[in-house]
Design a protein around this ligand. Structure first.
Ligand code: NCD
Length: 313
């Protein structure tokens, strides 16, 4: 049985398989309308979410499956003190696969140790968010036609942003990928990523607080929200929250073929005037997230193309 806790749980070949399957589903979604008939997905969300939870649910519903779950810790037995281990033991007999979001780093790993069904990490604290990474990768692959030979700017809260951590971990496996890490000093990437991933892998990267200066070099600009809920005090958040605001004047410095991604939700970091720029693809990215989650669910359930279409081939 497979789980997805970190993007590195998938080999490069498995990752490419899921992205390619996601693209096939995108082209012919109706072909997959019944591939999960009779299957159930549980969404166990101990932290707020709009896109991740609903895109998981849409993914399962699109394939004929059913969904059950909760969308806040308050509405589950966690509020009574139940452990994640006990919850997952029970959910294992209610569903075939589950997606879990939790404010504590490592909670989905604990769940996977007690689970009898595949566990997908839908975001654990400031740590990882592998299905957002799959969403980011399918967007880049579809729009740029490749995942190698790219200069990727990441801007905003690189310290607490779990989507940033997972995306860096996944992208360093492709060749000639260069990072421009744009943040205030206090919100730079965690030390373990710098040392164990970037330095150890001899990856080309720079850390800076200048967005305009590096804008002309970028193929992708990955904007992120300052993660208010992970700050220890509100004053620091208020001081740092508007460090970078992408607006139309800054977009003038970008290449014609440069795409702006954002995992969403956006607060102030991208001015709404940028939305009409054809290079702003964050809403399209959210849409692609459904297709790639469909592909992931199929893979983790062991439903490969041969198996699901055995009657028609
Ligand atoms: C992200 C998350 O939850 O980490 N959102 C998402 O899943 N699309 C990013 C964020 O909350 O800023």
């Amino acid at each position: 049985m497979r789980h997805l806790i970190s993007p590195l749980d998938l080999s490069l070949e498995e990752m490419d398989y899921i992205l390619t399957l996601g693209q096939k589903i995108m082209e012919e979604p109706e072909k997959y309308a019944h591939v999960c008939d009779g299957k159930k997905l549980a969404t166990l969300f101990y932290e707020p979410s709009t896109r991740t939870r609903l895109s998981f649910e849409a993914a399962m519903l699109n394939m004929g499956g059913k969904v059950l779950g909760f969308s806040s810790a308050d509405s589950s037995s966690a509020a009574k003190g139940e452990s994640v281990a006990d919850t997952i033991r029970v959910i294992s007999s209610y569903a075939d696969i589950c997606a879990m979001r939790h404010p504590k780093e490592g909670a989905p790993t604990v769940a996977s140790m007690y689970s009898e069904i595949p566990v997908i990490n839908a975001g654990d604290g400031g740590h990882n968010h592998p299905t957002q990474t799959l969403t980011d990768l399918i967007t880049i692959k579809t729009l740029m036609g490749r995942l190698d030979n790219l200069t990727i700017g990441m801007c905003g809260d690189l310290k607490f942003g779990r989507t940033v951590h997972s995306l860096i971990n996944a992208m360093v496996r492709y060749t000639r990928v260069r990072f421009v890490l744009i943040s205030p000093k206090e919100l730079q990437i965690p030390e373990y990523l710098r040392k164990e991933v970037l330095d150890a892998g001899k990856i080309d990267y720079i850390e800076t607080n200048e967005l305009e200066k590096y804008m002309p070099d970028l193929d992708i600009l990955y904007m992120t929200r300052v993660q208010r809920e992970r700050f220890f005090n509100e004053e620091d958040y208020i001081r740092l929250k508007d460090s970078f605001i992408l607006d139309a004047s800054k977009m003038q410095y970008a290449k014609e073929k440069m795409y702006v991604l954002h995992p969403l939700p956006r607060v102030n970091e991208i001015s709404t005037e940028v939305d009409k720029d054809p290079r702003a693809v964050y809403f399209l990215q959210a849409k692609y997230g459904v297709y790639v989650r469909m592909a992931l669910i199929l893979s983790l359930l062991g439903l490969d193309e041969k198996k699901i279409f055995k009657d028609s081939v």
